[in-house]
Design a binder for this molecule. Structure first.
Ligand SMILES: [Zn+2]
Length: 110
């Protein structure tokens, strides 16, 4: 079955969409997946609760309760720290690659 015919069959069947769970990247089809964390405002599903907290803070900032705001601030700080760590590691890899290629060039061409 092709992707096009499978998508059309899902739209017609509706409830039969969970037959191809895991292989279908369509977020609408995955919103009813078991264990998913669905947004109560827009219904979008997320595989991890932290992603749902970040989504709520970014997309529905006006509809947050106090507890959800605290959870968002905490998740935002964690995400920021992870991004900072990633940037430092990426910079280190670039520096090592740059000087590695430079010294290889000097060794072979010099
Ligand atoms: Zn949402």
């Amino acid at each position: 079955m092709t992707e096009t015919t499978r998508g059309a069959a899902d739209r017609q069947a509706g409830a039969g969409a969970d037959a191809n769970e895991g292989a279908d990247p369509d977020p609408d089809a995955a919103s009813n997946a078991s264990g998913g964390h669905a947004c109560r405002v827009c219904g979008r599903a997320f595989p991890e609760p932290k992603l749902l907290v970040l989504h709520r803070g970014v997309r529905h900032a006006g509809a947050l309760t106090d507890g959800e705001k605290e959870a968002y601030v905490e998740a935002y700080r964690e995400e920021e720290a992870a991004l900072h760590s990633f940037r430092i590691r990426a910079l280190a890899v670039l520096v090592v690659l740059y000087f590695g290629v430079l010294f290889l060039y000097i060794g072979f061409a010099g």
